[in-house]
Design a protein. Structure first.
Length: 304
């Protein structure tokens, strides 16, 4: 199903033109939401309107309201089977109860998605696999493997990072949420997605960070170290293609058409690539600092 088809299905349950897209977005990306997030989604600062809508979901037994401490506000969990069945995700794990740290990460991701609603998002595993296999030619075997004598097919790895495309660009944008000062989520992302990343010609990583949790420098250090450990290069696709064209000339000693600047560029790219051209090109890491501290979860590890 496309996003528009899912919105239409949710609208068929009796929701309006702003309510249906919001519910679809929440169900696909987090399962949990806040009043301020609905207000931001519809461009309204009048939070009573958001409260009335979300509390109505509770009355209809489509959501439950959770609170963490006095004066912390309510968190709404969409769990109603009818909502998820309408968008073709009846068994989606977003319906399940989550621990406070996981809820915090889900809300952080939802904040980022709402702020970037103009992107084309691929939120479900089936949507992502379809994108990678049918549009980018990634072998289907990357997403499954056979187990021993049972010959049972299971998912390979934990490739659950949200993905978006921006306009006509072929770059695949991944998103991960960082909740500690060492940006451990970046290391986990690269490690778990390396089999997929090796098949992509052009990709980048967007890191979502809560206020005052991790610095840009810490995120970039974690990214570069893990790329090196996985033999993935952080140079551009253009540099890799130029390196492929130039490498035979250098190996033959045919340097007549190469300038000093070209030789310097060749040495730099060669040092990054290593012995020959291995690995895929990774785009720059982009760090997004959210304006919120998610204090309703208290002093949880990684959440200020």
């Amino acid at each position: 199903m496309t996003f528009a088809e899912r919105v239409a299905a949710i609208a068929g349950l009796g929701f309006g033109p702003t309510q249906a897209p919001f519910l679809t977005t929440v169900a696909l990306h987090s399962g949990y939401c806040l009043r301020r997030q609905y207000a931001a989604f519809i461009g309204c600062t009048y939070r009573k309107k958001a409260s009335d809508f979300l509390d109505g979901l509770v009355v209809r037994n489509l959501a439950r309201r959770i609170t963490y401490g006095a004066n912390r506000g309510g968190i709404y969990h969409l769990f109603g089977e009818r909502l998820y069945a309408a968008i073709g995700q009846r068994g989606d794990r977003n319906r399940r109860h989550a621990s406070p740290p996981v809820i915090a990460r889900k809300l952080m991701l939802l904040d980022f998605v709402i702020a970037h609603g103009h992107f084309t998002w691929f939120a479900t595993a089936s949507d992502r696999i379809d994108l990678f296999v049918n549009r980018f030619g990634v072998p289907a075997s990357v997403f499954s493997r056979r187990t021993g004598e049972s010959k049972k097919t299971v998912r390979a790895g934990n490739q659950n990072a949200p993905v978006f495309l921006h306009g006509a660009s072929p770059t695949v944008h991944f998103v991960t949420v960082v909740t500690d000062a060492h940006a451990s989520a970046i290391k986990t992302f690269v490690r778990e997605h390396t089999p997929l990343l090796r098949h992509l010609l052009d990709w980048s990583l967007h890191v979502v960070v809560a206020r005052s949790v991790a610095t840009d420098a810490a995120c970039h250090v974690a990214y570069q170290r893990r790329l090196a450990a996985a033999s993935l290069t952080s140079i551009s696709k253009a540099d890799l293609e130029w390196f492929e064209r130039t490498k035979p000339l250098v190996e033959r000693g045919d340097l007549r058409d190469l300038r000093v600047e070209d030789l310097r560029r060749y040495r730099e790219v060669s040092a990054t690539v290593g012995q020959g051209l291995h690995g895929s090109a990774a785009g720059p890491l982009t760090v997004h600092h959210l304006p919120h501290a998610y204090e309703q979860f208290g002093s949880l590890a990684g959440i200020c």
